[in-house]
Design a protein around this ligand. Structure first.
Ligand SMILES: *[C@@H]1O[C@H](CO)[C@@H](O)[C@H](O)[C@H]1NC(C)=O
Length: 167
């Protein structure tokens, strides 16, 4: 009985601890920040260029770089351009640029906004400044856009002599 041997169990626990510490260290090094918000909430994705004034520089945000490589936001010396999926929902902080702040705000997050966002210096080297893993949790709300789903919960009560049926 492998699992019931107390000495084995202790060794396994130690091993598990080591693996855990190793994983935590790896996560720390890759510098991915995990954020979870509720659907329809606003979310700020942080990115900093240290104390460099970036008003005249170029930076970009992309989503899921390995897969869809979706444009989220683009800034170049005062010009901005939102990605098609984010038109009207993404903004930056113009008065913060001189402090090196390249953060963006996504308003009314959708569940489909979940994914990995990368902020990088849009120069030749494409130096990555920040990586954020965003999870948008669905909330309970009417979803008329989904076919076959009731726009809102419908409960009918059928009463007979000695029972009640909730549908
Ligand atoms: C950038 O500015 C926004 C808005 O003031 C703020 O919420 C955010 O924390 C700032 N981020 C950094 C990296 O300074």
């Amino acid at each position: 009985m492998l699992l019931l041997n107390p000495r084995r169990t202790r060794t396994n626990m130690k091993l598990l601890q080591l693996v855990w510490i190793f994983l935590l260290t790896l996560c720390g090094q890759s510098g991915v920040t995990a954020i979870t918000v509720k659907e329809d909430d606003d979310v700020i994705l942080d990115c900093s260029f240290g104390s460099t004034n970036i008003e005249k520089k170029a930076f970009a945000w992309k989503k899921d770089v390995d897969q869809s490589n979706e444009e989220v936001f683009w800034y170049s010396g005062g010009d901005t351009d939102p990605g098609p999926e984010f038109k009207g929902r993404v903004s930056h902080f113009p008065d913060q640029l001189r402090f090196g702040n390249a953060s963006i705000k996504i308003t009314k997050a959708k569940t489909s906004d979940s994914g990995t966002y990368t902020c990088y210096h849009a120069s030749v080297q494409k130096e990555i400044k920040s990586t954020i893993s965003l999870t948008v949790d669905p909330i309970l709300k009417p979803r008329p856009e989904i076919k076959g789903a009731a726009p809102r919960p419908i409960v009918t009560v059928d009463k007979t002599k000695d029972e009640v049926l909730l549908t």
